[in-house]
Write a protein that binds this ligand. Sequence first.
Ligand code: SF4
Ligand code: SF4
Length: 370
Amino acid sequence: MEYLQKIEDVTMDRRTFLKVASTVGASAFLGSYHVDIAKAILASDRNIIWLNGAGCTGCTISFLNAEEPDVIQAVTQLDVMIRHQETVMFQQGLFVDGQPVTNAALNANFAMEQFLDSGEPFILVVEGGVPLGPDGTGNYLRIAGKPFVDDVRHIAEKALMTIAVGTCASYGGMPAAEPNPTDVVGLQFSGTKKGGALGADYRSKAGLPVINIPGCPAHPDWILLTLSAAILDKIPADFLDEYQRPKPFFPSGHTVHENCPRRGFYDQGKLDGEYANGNCLWKLGCRGMISHSDCALRLWNDKQNMCTQAGAPCVGCVEPTFPEGRFVDEIEGIPSLAGVNVGTAAKVAIGAAGVGIAAHAGHKIISKEE
Ligand code: SF4
Ligand code: SF4
């Protein structure tokens, strides 16, 4: 592949990337490897088009909240040209002599079309879900006079790689919450079902399926490091799990529960029935047991905190089943916990209260299946 030949002089191999990406934050990674990354990008003219669909733009905000490095440092270190970002560049269109041409016809979409016509390679980032309704027309979300779904399909066809940022773009997420009146789907999934807006067989020009970086919002490290991996072409098929998430940040055999700062309370059976008591939040609907992310190790907001540490149950926002039920539902009201081995949970929760709750949850789940 031409692209691979262009960056074959990059010194960091895949094994090193995986090791580094799974153990350090974006800052250390970019600091250590920015020369390699810059070389790769210089060799490949890396461009990014970032589209926003049905979402809250929280993932853009999360990305902009990156601390070390911040987005300006990251873009400079990565030497990336962001060609289009609907939230940040809202009305920005063509520039002449360094000044924006304030003409509605020469807006950001016009500039993007000009870029697409150039045939230069680019990475497509999509934030937000893709409404297919009504009746498959996609007219519930029209941008610049066109259904968003048409734009996504048209641009994804030309993209070197396509990355879904956030759970909306990955699986449908919040805008696809029941009863999903606008028929929102993710790029290549609808919940746990493969397909989505681009179809199960979609492959980018680099031969890859959509790379999903879920989270509501996605962690800035996950976005930066995955973009870095994409730029370095270090995303082989086995980099992704069954829901196409990069395994270093969404490890299949690891859940938030394992490293949760409240885990000691769970093990002692100290399960809170109301907020603000400082114990385990399982009984309050915590989905930490089914959430495959490194939140409890990586932490958020410049490594300060994470949901359960701050007193909020994990809502399982990185899972394709998100959002299911109400966030305040007690644990037995959450269907995907039917997949958790309640017997194991009960053994781990050595306190009498824990065993009682686990048995109660098991009973309710079994009752539902009957
Ligand atoms: S994934 Fe969550 S934070 Fe990101 S755009 Fe969608 S609703 Fe907003
Ligand atoms: S159930 Fe939730 S709050 Fe309790 S230890 Fe597990 S992840 Fe932490």
